[in-house]
Design a protein around this ligand. Sequence first.
Ligand SMILES: [Zn+2]
Length: 373
Amino acid sequence: MARFDSEAIAEKITRWVSCESPSRDIAAVNQMQDIVEADLAAPGIAVERLPGGEGAADVVIARAGPANNQPPVLVLSHVDTVHPIGTIERDLPLRSEGERLYGPGALDMKGGAVMGLAALRAAVADDALRRPVIYMFTPDEEIGAIHTRGLIEAMARGVSHVLVTEPARPGGRVVTARRGSGRFDVYLRGIPAHSGSGQEIGRSAIREAAHQILRIEAAADAERGISVTVGLIKGGTASNTIPEHAWFNVDFRITHPADADRMEAFIRGLEPVDPDVAITVEGCITRPPYAKSPAIAELHGRVQEIGAELGLPLEELPLAGGGSDGNFTAAMGIPTIDGLGIEGAGAHTLEEHAIITSVGQRTELMYRLLTRL
Ligand SMILES: [Zn+2]
């Protein structure tokens, strides 16, 4: 008989999804963490709840497994979603249609988090863990883990490998590489003047922004996997005034670890075309690239061997465009496998749904990864 019942797990996912938890709503995410804590409660699992810091909800950390000298495995699941409160009522009703379970976060990633938790509980109940497990349920992945990155990195120090329960990719594939990203704000300050009589003394911040945007976007390099987007811009006070202020933001994505520092230095080192306009830059590399290392390739091979027993090929996606908390641990040199969560489609949209028929099997996969790797 199968160890995990897809229907029972789907029911639990439904309960988690019904507790809406957008990242910036601290009370809502903490309510979600209450459910996580309650569902973790079992003999053999030690649960710790830490404040996520100012502006963030709590982090829940579960520890289990033998107190031997084996380095632990770290599992990462986030419980926040991108969908605001009221999405279930207005735009994305929580419902099942055939094999699909629709709802905010059903796919990204309450489905995977519930599966990971169920696998952990079963492995502890069976006394089947061979190494310690540290399981983090984080509150702010969808806003770049701005509050919990340090804690994730601290927990990751000294672990043998990291498993991340972000959604599976089409065909049930897993993730062994992700692009990194940087987000910067560029502020320009010129000299304001009347548009009719002040042409000689005025220095346009908007004009300077135009120069800089073209220069910045020209740094994109499809071959090296670098994309650069100025997605927001603001400036000026009136149509008859040479603008003193302008602002725009820059989002870039990088594939190679070496490009992170290079791109950051480039944005920070912008020189004004008009020397009378001042440029100030704020921002950072929000997620370092998660590059596939030989150690990740080896871990993926072992994951595939275990998957094969269940008939799951677990092919890898060559390079995922979006980042995850796995970027932080992979950038530390720790073998990291992502995309171990639930299958489905429409993450971050009003079509978001998980496929519930394969849930039992993929939870069994998590169980085997926890107990055998
Ligand atoms: Zn996610």
